[in-house]
Design a protein around this ligand. Sequence first.
Ligand code: ATP
Length: 309
Amino acid sequence: MDIVVDNITKKYGIQKAVDNVSFTVKTGQIVGFLGPNGAGKTTTMKAISCFLVPGEGDIKVGGVSIWDNPQEIKKRIGYLPEKNPLYEDMPVIDYLYFIAELHDIPKSKIKERIREMVKICGLEVEKHKKISELSKGYQQRVGLAQALIHDPEVLVLDEPTTGLDPNQIVEIRALIKKIGKQKTVLLSSHILAEVEATCDRILIINKGKIVADGSAEELRKHSQGREILKVKIEDGNNNEIFQALQNIDTVGLVNFFMGKENTYEIQSKNELSSKRNIFKLCVEKGWFLSELTPIETKLEDIFRELTMK
Ligand code: ATP
């Protein structure tokens, strides 16, 4: 069941929180939604889940428009909101029962579904406590359980692993990956490694606009107009090597590599490669080139490049 976001704009006063945003998430895809604080992630996710109405544009979930049948969309979506509003006076089991009833799960099936959710979300030990008595991480687990209980086709998860301990993070990531094989998942996160490990595709939003869309690999390729190399050259004078590297005409920038002797980080000029020239230089000078490896652009760097402009 695809999510199709078509040119949505949402204004708060004069501020455009979301500005002409379009993207599609296909069935079987897990899409990570990244962006700095205030970029418009939550606003977009709320609009998809029909918890707010955009000023302009349309969103379709499985072909149904938010303008035609928001109730139907709510049935199709499991939504974990960022602030995870829970009825804190209710015990976990009662709360999940209540949510299951709201989703019209047949009475005969509710107990079994709750049992499954308690198991999947690791709530066994705490299931009889009141939600207000639970730690933050356990409250997050309850939020996940309520998002999954009606076995929705589409999951919209706003920072799903916030507050979870490392063991649970690994389990929840694995669960999302498993679920994502058949369903459609859009999740936001500030943990870039998590998005890279969990998601097939990454959307980056900045100041309400989509600034990147692709797999981590594609984003890297796109930003890799500049070659960065780690080079270790031995048998020569450190400063002489540094100077000679700087004089290569394809080289843009040379830095000493932090904490490593005779090792340099070399950034080539845009669209150029310096590998051959470095090799030639070492042959001419009789230096021993003991390492020449490309440095992959980190997702953090790409994120900063796109969102610090
Ligand atoms: P974060 O990573 O901090 O959760 P976000 O990307 O989810 O950020 P949003 O919550 O979508 O960002 O907010 C986008 C912008 O819209 C922000 O500048 C925020 O202050 C503004 N905004 C959101 N909700 C409201 C509101 N109800 N009234 C006024 N402004 C709002």
